[in-house]
Design a protein around this ligand. Structure first.
Ligand code: GLU
Length: 512
């Protein structure tokens, strides 16, 4: 039997989940489902100083909204829990001790001042990035330099210490990344990272490796910003004797600014007015609210489709994929190496596509909810008719009402620019004739009749219909552009049209 695929999304609850994090979660989900495996969520909260209340609930809600909930998590439980690192504290110590015993880690007693002095010394000696490493450790206060009985005495006296990894001095560390291919790093560029802090908490590196091993993770799919940590992780797997079962790595390409120049930043989002979070987030300290995709009217299926294509493609020209279709098509091999531009217009395009796929019945619910906020009530069949013509032009559900007000309320004013350019005596003549024809009509108006009567009116007035069409639209809707006008006429009905024509002739004048 082949091994069960198990992947994890491992966010730190330090604030709202960034949209890049949502993409990471999505790729993990897609890969797990495609392989018939499990998608885990582990909360990496070992850094108590950066813990932000509410962040964990936010992560859960965001993933649930997107439809990519994990199989195992702090909320769902599972056979390898607990899934919050703060609840696994006792587990890590054992592995740190194991590394100490095997000589792959050591105690370090240096105070903050001593570490500072070391950095200053190195900076003065023109070392570009001063580090605690295989060279500098020989001059510091640690169990490699101090006599064994002093180390013992310090530990027994309860002196604060950290445990650091002992990076080999000269070694090429290699790893094969599913996205980037072979990655090779010389160990002399790595520093002796802290594995256990003085408060007894593990750091990210130790906890991450221990948990991935104990949770039987087979593939680590995460953002490119973690690639520099991967060589250390490879060494830790080896030092702990877990090299055989080391997961496969896949580091996802960076999300770039809309113009492709550099990493996507908060400033870009502010400048272009797009959100960086799946849902709105209120900073618990400042009370500041950051906008989210959900609140701006993005549909989860559109966001899923958009994010899936930020770094992956199916290898053909298809662009519209439901979550199930993405699962079916997804492979790590088709993830690109180079950074990928964050094009919000593409996200909008996806939203339009998914909005149009919804039934009129579903869309009417958005419209009636917006109307209700303004104390307006309309019959369901009327709402369905309105959305059926408005959806072609809507990007967000709110546009159905924002752009479609004229479907319920007659215009009180007219777009002056369009009026200046398009309104004239011919238009007034045609509309007058049209109004009379509508008046004479016995049966209810449908789109085909509306069109026919309008054509006949124009012909009788000796006017080319195309020349006055925009003026006709202006007279009925108040603006120069909108959905299919004859559909609009059918929905408005005869009486309403006659009323609107009368008002516009009065307001815009008949002389032109
Ligand atoms: N806790 C890390 C983060 O916040 C996890 C990185 C990883 O997936 O290894 O992204």
């Amino acid at each position: 039997m082949s091994q069960e695929v198990r992947v994890r999304f491992a966010p730190s609850p330090t604030g709202a989940l960034h949209i890049g994090g949502v993409r990471t979660a999505l790729y993990n989900y897609l890969f797990a489902k495609k392989q018939g495996g499990k998608f885990l969520l582990r909360i990496e909260d070992t850094d108590q100083a950066r813990f932000v209340p509410g962040a964990e609930d936010y992560i859960k809600e965001a993933l649930d909204w997107m439809g990519i909930s994990p199989d195992e998590s702090p909320w769902h439980g599972g056979p390898h829990g607990p899934y919050r690192q703060s609840e696994r504290k006792s587990i890590y110590k054992e592995y740190a001790m194991d590394l100490l015993e095997k000589g792959h880690a050591y105690y370090a007693f240096d105070t903050a001042e001593e570490l500072d002095a070391m950095r200053q010394r190195l900076t003065a000696a023109r070392v570009v990035s001063p580090q605690y490493n295989s060279i500098t450790r020989t001059q510091m206060k640690n169990s490699l330099t101090l006599p064994a009985d002093e180390v013992k005495a310090r530990l027994e006296a309860g002196e604060p210490y950290v445990i650091r990894v002992k990076i080999p001095r000269k070694e090429e560390v290699r790893l094969q990344d599913k996205v980037r291919g072979w990655v090779m790093v010389h160990s002399n560029t790595l520093d002796d990272k802290v594995l256990m802090k003085s408060d007894g908490m593990p750091t990210y590196h130790l906890a991450n490796i221990v948990d991935d091993h104990l949770m039987k993770i087979t593939h680590v799919i995460r953002g490119e910003e973690w690639l520099p940590s991967a060589p250390l992780h490879v060494l830790l797997y080896r030092f702990l004797g877990w090299e055989e079962s080391m997961p496969t790595f896949a580091h996802l390409p960076l999300l770039l600014k809309p113009d492709g120049n550099g990493k996507l930043s908060k400033r870009d989002a502010e400048k272009h007015g797009f959100p960086l979070f799946p849902m709105s987030w209120t900073d618990p300290d400042s009370g500041q609210v950051a906008d989210g995709f959900r609140d701006q009217g993005y549909l989860p299926e559109a966001l899923v489709n958009f994010l899936a294509f930020l770094g992956w493609n199916p290898g053909d020209h298809r662009e519209l994929f439901t979550l199930e279709e993405l699962v079916e098509a997804f492979t790590l091999e088709r993830i690109g190496k180079s950074g990928t531009k964050f094009d919000i217009n593409k996200a909008k395009w996806y939203n339009e596509q998914y909005l149009r796929k919804k039934s009129d019945h579903e869309l009417a619910a958005y419209l009636t909810a917006d109307l209700k906020k303004e104390g307006i009530q309309i019959p369901q069949d009327n709402a369905e008719k309105i959305v059926s013509v408005m959806k072609e032009r809507a990007t967000f559900p709110a546009d159905l009402w924002k752009e479609g007000r004229f479907m319920i309320f007659a215009p009180e004013t007219f777009d002056t620019q369009v009026a200046e350019k398009k309104w004239n005596a011919d238009a007034a003549k045609v509309l007058t004739a049209y109004s009379e024809k509508l008046e004479a009509l016995q049966e209810p108006l449908d789109a085909a009749t509306a069109k026919e009567l309008l054509a006949v009116s124009a012909e009788e007035c000796g006017v080319k219909l195309g020349k006055v069409m925009q003026a006709v639209r202006l007279a009925i809707t108040g603006v120069g552009a909108g959905p299919d006008l004859m559909q609009v006429f059918e929905i408005l009905g005869k009486e309403e049209l006659i009323k609107r024509i009368g008002f516009s002739l009065k307001t815009l004048g008949i002389a032109g």
